[in-house]
Design a protein around this ligand. Structure first.
Ligand code: NAP
Length: 471
């Protein structure tokens, strides 16, 4: 690479998408590049840390592999910097040779039915953020909750149902914050509903995740309304995943109920919510039976039914939110792009700006999907770099002049060490620290208080504005 000064690339978002992009940039040897990975949190890893279910510990190896990105002295982590709040797009594009947006999907879709905003109705995204220990998560209460309705038949609904179906004692081996474990231990949930607006052959969950849920000890499984009857789910023409999903459901529905039954899990296909009802909080979900029109549209049949639910969690998909001053396609919920190169409103390439991950392609695919996605974006970025305007000085100096004072990777290592120590004190592998005040104190002081070291975390009020943008 010779002695040419390195190109400076800012990646906004240190989740899997941003980390894969950084990895592609620093593992190539044709173009000298330095990467600054920005995140609005003091912790890297995004959805790997806050979205992957805490009992899915095998995914930790992916996190460990991605963490090695920071071993390179050409990568810096710049935490607690939020685009739009602490730094503007203009400041970033003026300080760096190229900017990559990799912020994921921090919003979610809404059902748009009456009663959706009643207390007791919320998004699975918020529920996941809570049990995942996200510092912006809203505290969830299971008090008085007997019946839970999860709307949507994707992996998020399956994750949430599994966490609620499991014996909390089995969750103690995870890194869930102590207050979350304590709340789950009070659970009196007896019934879980998973509601699909189409049939079991259309569900988007993966077989591994479905089978894991169905194998939860003490779970009695039913498939309501004959959705698995032959004729509805003719195996002809179905792909392998779908056939395996149907087989898993059939097996689970046919097996004798366990003794004792801890929870009942009802799959209710071909139904969609039309209203949530309750006096002051959710008590019931009114559903209409659906069918497919010849054009593939989901249509109402006119038949309705009502189920009891004290908690309704919509798990109907995530959606990216616009970044201030960055082009955004409202209809598709993504930054418009051509193979990762950002496009302006007129469809012209914006030089030096790129996009990868969920904000590029929508909230689809698994963590690994981001690797090839980032490869496409980074490939074009590297092609373009020689023609882009150079900013040879250290961009961080510029940003500091604008009052940007990020936390560092060492600060994250202090949080990491504190979480492991907290775990050791309570006989767990790690306990996530989920209070902004504690995270920021660790960044400032690099150590825990005596109480924390003894396993007594302090759950101070957040000292940073909370937003609804969880990840
Ligand atoms: P998803 O897979 O897109 O599933 C969304 C579900 O919601 C679909 O069943 C969809 O039905 C339904 N839906 C959409 N709009 C609806 C409406 N208005 N009313 C009723 N139902 C509606 O989304 P997700 O479960 O949020 O997952 C997001 C991504 O994260 C996926 O790529 C997923 O695989 C990934 N993820 C993976 C894991 C894992 O690997 N363990 C865990 C969590 C998430 P239709 O099909 O009819 O539209």
């Amino acid at each position: 690479m010779g002695d040419a000064p390195p190109y400076r690339v800012a990646i906004v978002g240190a989740g899997p998408a941003g980390l894969f992009a950084a990895q592609h940039l620093v593992t190539q040897h044709d173009v000298p590049v330095r990467v600054d990975l920005f995140d609005r949190l003091p912790t890297p890893f995004g959805l790997l840390r806050y979205g992957v279910a805490p009992d899915h510990t095998s995914i930790r190896s992916v996190a460990q592999a991605l963490a090695r990105t920071f071993d390179s002295d050409r990568v810096r982590f710049l935490g607690t910097v939020e685009l739009g709040r602490d730094v503007t797009r203009r400041q970033l594009v003026e300080a760096y040779d190229a900017v990559v947006y990799a912020v994921g999907a921090s919003g979610d879709l809404r059902m748009r039915v009456p009663g959706e905003d009643l207390p007791g109705s919320g998004s699975a995204r918020q529920f996941v953020a809570w049990y995942g220990g996200h510092p912006d998560a809203t505290q969830q209460s299971l008090r008085g909750v007997r019946s839970v309705a999860c709307v949507g038949v994707g992996n998020v609904a399956v994750d949430v149902a599994r966490i609620l179906a499991k014996d909390p004692a089995r969750l103690a081996a995870t890194d869930m914050p102590e207050d979350v474990l304590a709340e789950l231990a009070t659970s009196e949930v007896t019934d879980l509903w998973i509601i699909g607006r189409r049939g079991p052959q259309h569900a988007s969950y993966t077989t591994k995740e479905l089978r894991e849920l169905l194998a939860t000890p003490g779970l009695a499984v039913s498939i309501d309304d004959g959705a698995l009857d032959a004729g509805h789910t003719d195996p002809e023409g179905l792909d392998r995943r779908t056939r395996a999903n149907l087989e898993a459901l059939r097996e689970a529905a046919a097996r004798p109920a366990p003794s004792p039954v801890r929870r009942r899990l009802h799959f209710l296909f071909w139904h969609r919510p039309v209203a949530l009802h309750g006096a002051g909080r959710v008590e019931e979900v009114e559903l209409e039976r659906t069918a497919l029109a010849p054009d593939g549209e989901v249509v109402a049949t006119g038949e309705t039914r009502t189920i009891r639910a004290d908690l309704v969690l919509r798990a109907i998909g995530y959606r990216s939110t616009p970044l201030p001053d960055v082009p955004f396609d409202e209809a598709r919920g993504v930054i418009p792009h051509r193979e990762g190169r950002v496009l302006d409103a007129a469809g012209r390439v914006v030089p030096g700006e790129y996009v990868t991950g969920w904000i590029k392609r929508g909230a689809t695919g698994v963590i690994g999907t981001n690797k090839s996605d980032a490869a496409e974006t980074v490939g074009h970025l590297l092609e373009d770099l020689p023609a882009l305007t150079r900013h040879p000085a250290d961009p961080l100096e510029d940003l500091r002049l604008h009052g940007v004072h990020p936390t560092s990777y060492d600060d994250w290592l202090a949080i990491d060490a504190a979480e492991i120590a907290l775990g050791a004190a309570t006989g767990r592998p790690r306990v996530k620290i989920d209070a902004w005040a504690d995270l920021m104190r660790l960044c400032r002081d690099g150590r825990m208080t005596e109480g924390e070291a003894a396993g007594v975390p302090s759950y101070d009020a957040p000292d940073s504005p909370t937003t609804d943008d969880l990840y």
